[in-house]
Design a protein. Sequence first.
Length: 202
Amino acid sequence: MWVLTPERVGAPLSEPVSRPSLPASPITQRPVFDAAKALDSARAEPQARIERDGSTFRVAVTKSDGRPGITFPAPGGGWSLSGLSAIEAKVKNTGRRTLNVHLVIDGPGADRTHRQNCKISSQRLSPGEEKTLTVSIVSTPPSPVEWLQGGKAKTYRYPEVAEQGGYNLPVANAISVYVYHPGADYEYEVSDLRACRDARRL
């Protein structure tokens, strides 16, 4: 025999229930990409030579079957790209030949040959010409752990950049400006490396 009894309901809450807190994790300790700090990590790839003048780098590459150029490696664990919509750098062709140059964001396990876990932007520069290379970043919501540790709820719009082929990983291991398989010597300058904030994030 079943006996139905009314549900016991407690007193109304006077304040909203706070969400649970989580202990700190390595996710929150990953630094967001900082261009000023990235400049200090600059290194020359094989078959390349770099010279720094403030925030500008002069790069010289020689004939190679590799990807010589300049690389800005992230600290251990990589950079977080949270809140960023793009990485940009100005490149000026200071040599005498037309230059095909590339800006790339490399993620964990990046494979540039097969375009996996990386995103590449390319430009063709005549001698003396300067252009801005841009790699867009897909805006992604935080993980549940990051959201709980964030302190405040936020609203995230659908990442419209995804269909345009932006970089779609939450972490970057390195940023490079390079020449692919140069058949001769080339010279160029890299300046104004910067991150663009994500205007779509509310």
